[in-house]
Design a protein around this ligand. Structure first.
Ligand SMILES: C[S@@+](CC[C@H](N)C(=O)[O-])C[C@H]1O[C@@H](n2cnc3c(N)ncnc32)[C@H](O)[C@@H]1O
Length: 275
């Protein structure tokens, strides 16, 4: 059963620094410069106990059974900050093409939008809303490891996302307004130390010779196995992590990272009856 999010709205504080406010509604006007993240906590599934009739035995509630979780790792993410003119900025091929060329860098490699879309695909998924996403880790192509909490709602526009990432890479963490908990933070390598013991780790690549149908494949997973999916967040090349157990292709076609993630989440949601 899908568990809806309970959205906690943060109170505005005059001198709070940095300011991470709620995400605006689609039609709400906001200055584009101000980055923002929002907390959204999954609310517990209503217990069957509420409907329990005295004297009538009920089967054990499904919610009491531990359920396996999923971790996504985005590898080779292009998240790099540089001083362009007077200001530090998150480099991207659209806005900084001349700067990148002047510095002998290939603009095609500067695609933070891939990470943005991949994150939206993971965090927006019913899988996450059902509370089955444990964490997201981002490894940048410069080797910085970032942890993203599953209940963060990251900005939906790229400009605001770029603002958040810029602040993260400068200050190393981002907290919600009035809270000490860090919603996005840089952490120590290697990523393997954060992965559950016994979890199965899948590397995803179109170049893998093992082409599988994701829904059928997901049906073969033991019901208590924690799953880790490693997806590339770069424009070109392939991921070659040395910590995966399996290296799979899930389509005959090269997919975007966001589409690849959406296929994985969709297959797990069907198997786990998350509607
Ligand atoms: C934009 S693609 C990277 C392009 C790269 N040429 C490649 O296919 O690996 C982003 C990521 O999506 C995943 N991906 C794309 N197509 C896939 C496929 N058919 N099967 C499995 N994973 C795929 C891979 O993890 C890939 O690194």
């Amino acid at each position: 059963m899908t568990r809806p999010f309970g959205v906690k709205k943060a109170r505005k504080r005059k001198n709070a620094e940095p300011k991470y406010d709620r995400e605006p509604e689609e039609d709400e006007q906001q200055p584009p410069e101000e980055p923002s993240v929002e907390i959204q906590q999954p609310t517990p599934t209503p217990s069957q106990d509420n409907d329990e009739l005295i004297g009538i035995p009920i089967p054990p509630s499904e919610t009491n059974t531990p359920k396996p979780n999923v971790i996504f790792i985005l590898e080779k993410a292009s998240l790099e900050v540089a001083k362009v003119g007077k200001n530090f900025q998150l480099l991207n091929s659209d806005e900084h093409i001349n700067f990148l060329r002047r510095n002998n860098k290939n603009p095609a490699n500067y695609r933070p939008d891939i990470t943005h879309q991949a994150l939206l695909s993971i965090l927006d998924s019913p899988l996450n809303k059902a509370g089955r996403l444990k964490a997201v880790y981002i490894k940048t192509d410069k080797g910085v490891l970032i942890e993203v909490k599953p209940y963060v709602r990251i900005p939906r526009t790229f400009k605001r996302f770029a603002g958040v990432m810029l602040e993260l890479l400068q200050k190393l963490s981002i907290s919600a307004v009035g809270k000490r908990e860090k919603l996005i933070r840089t952490i120590k390598n290697p990523v393997t130390q954060y992965l559950p013991i016994g979890s199965r780790k899948f590397g995803l690549s179109h170049s893998s010779e093992k082409l599988i149908e994701m829904y059928d494949y997901a049906r073969t997973f033991p019901s208590d196995m924690e799953l880790v999916f490693v997806v590339g967040a770069m424009a070109h090349g392939k991921i070659e992590p040395d910590y995966t157990d399996d290296y799979i292709s899930i389509s005959e076609y090269p997919l975007s990272a966001a589409n690849c993630i959406s296929r994985i989440c969709g297959a797990l949601e069907l198997n786990w009856r998350i509607l």
